[in-house]
Write a protein that binds this ligand. Structure first.
Ligand code: SAH
Length: 439
């Protein structure tokens, strides 16, 4: 979502004359778009700020530079950033960046810094232009933001605010615009994307399943994905979309966090490990080739060896083909941060290593099983070697192939020849060489 937000910031600044630069050295404005989810991400802001400050100092005499901190660290720490880094000109949260042109003008006028961390009444989406998507084959589209779940480990409800769904017509027109600009794949975004409740202007809101069915009919939009979902909010319409919408890709990121019911309860997750197993069974009944990835936290306060083993067992049983896994990181203002029985750092480290070993084994196994098969690959750029193109399989695997550049932007059926830990090597099947078939 930060990638999407950053692109939208560039879009809204374009009419007032800003263009993207490749390096901060010649930028008139540097915006650090920040993440507060774990301590490591949040701390990085200050080291990055130190680096940008040096560039700013060197430029005072020539062309002055402005520095802004955006995103969730800005939202959470606000004034604190200005105290720790008084050379910062603007601090604004994830819900106010539509005001950027006005904020930039104000920062130029003012002697002091601009601080905008209130949650505004208006929706930023009502003020943003249609995204520029030229030359893109794949794009993000935020449909939902914020979270009302209050998992005890998580800062999102405090930094992104309450759940909000963009109206259906706004989403559809943005998706149509992307498809018209040549985008073949969109990933619908939201902190709780499957709790989407889009206003239609009519009587009933649309769920995510209903929205996906509609987007699946847009010409040129061949691939739809969505992230991140909350297991307890997966409803029948969404499961049906996995069965009925061919554009909906057979790969789902569905965070489970832990395999232990005791830990899930302490996390306030509102689902048990068995609920999750049942849900996966229903999804697989609808889409038998569905591959799953997840998010996992190790070392949540009170997590015992037994609890951790439950997580390992669930990971093996579901057969996740990918995952983001993290050591629990206490976040200021969240209930878990002040729970007793915080887990020792060394224990967290060992558990994370064991978990990641299992996950990478499963990922390798999944990649190896693809060798010899044909997969549809959306080619979206040049690879590292000359004549090489890269793309994504339906299962999000990176695939590289020697093929002509004019295939970029196409979905091509390729033969998978080799599996590497993080990618697949493919070739154009013999039968396509004479008569090139492009989906
Ligand atoms: N909406 C998602 C959460 C997205 S946040 C959900 O309902 O599960 C992205 C991931 O960061 C989370 O899934 C979680 O695995 C991880 N995370 C969030 N807070 C964390 C914390 N305090 N410590 C470690 N990992 C955390």
């Amino acid at each position: 979502m930060n990638v999407y937000d950053a692109e939208r910031m560039a879009d809204i600044l374009a009419p007032v004359g800003y263009v993207l630069t490749d390096t901060p050295d010649d930028a008139d404005l540097v915006i650090l778009n920040t993440c507060h989810i774990r301590e490591k991400a949040a701390e990085k802001v200050y080291s990055d700020l130190g680096r940008v400050r040096r560039i700013k100092s060197a430029r005072v005499e020539t062309e002055p530079m402005m520095i802004a901190v955006a995103g969730c660290v800005a939202q959470a720490e606000g004034e604190e950033i200005l105290k720790r880094a008084p050379y910062v000109d603007m601090v604004f949260g994830p819900q106010t960046y539509h005001r950027l042109p006005e904020m930039v003008a104000r920062a130029h006028r003012l002697a002091g810094a601009v601080l905008e961390t209130d949650f505004p009444v208006e929706s930023k989406f009502d003020f943003l232009p249609q995204p520029s998507a030229k030359g893109r084959t794949s794009a993000f589209l935020t449909v939902q933001e914020g979270c009302d779940k209050f998992c005890t480990f998580c800062v999102v409800p405090y930094t992104r605010g309450a759940e909000f769904s963009r109206p259906v017509d706004q989403v559809i027109s943005e998706a149509r615009g992307l498809a018209a600009a040549g985008v073949r794949e969109i990933t619908l975004l939201g902190q709780n994307v499957n709790n989407y409740h889009g206003n239609t202007g009519g009587c009933a809101d649309w769920s995510l399943g209903r929205l996906i069915a509609e987007l699946g009919d847009i010409n040129g939009l061949d691939r739809i994905r969505y992230t991140t979902s909350y297991p307890a909010d997966v409803d029948k319409a969404l499961i049906a979309a996995h069965r009925d919408v061919p554009a909906l890709m057979p790969y789902l990121h569905l965070p489970v966090q832990s395999g232990s019911d005791r830990v899930l309860k302490a996390m306030n997750r509102r689902h048990t490990a068995d609920d999750y197993r049942r849900l996966v069974a229903n999804l697989r009944a609808a889409r038998p080739d569905l591959a799953l990835s997840t998010d996992l936290i190790v070392g949540f306060p009170g997590e015992s060896d037994r609890d951790f083993q439950d997580t390992m067992d669930l990971v093996a049983e579901i057969g996740f083909v990918g995952a983001y896994s993290f050591k629990y990181s206490p976040r200021p203002g969240t209930p878990a941060a002040i729970m007793e029985s915080q887990v020792d750092e060394a224990v967290k480290k060992n558990r994370l290593a064991a978990l990641q070993e299992l996950l990478s084994l499963q990922q390798s196994k999944f990649n190896s099983a693809c060798v010899g098969n044909e997969l549809d690959v959306l080619l979206d750029g040049h690879g590292r070697h000359s004549g090489q193109l890269i793309g994504r399989s339906p299962f999000m695997q990176a695939v590289h192939v020697s093929a002509p550049s004019d295939l970029i932007g196409s979905i091509v059926t390729l033969r998978i020849d080799e599996a590497h830990p993080n990618s697949l090597a493919a070739s154009v099947p013999e039968k396509w060489k004479t008569q090139r078939a492009i989906a």
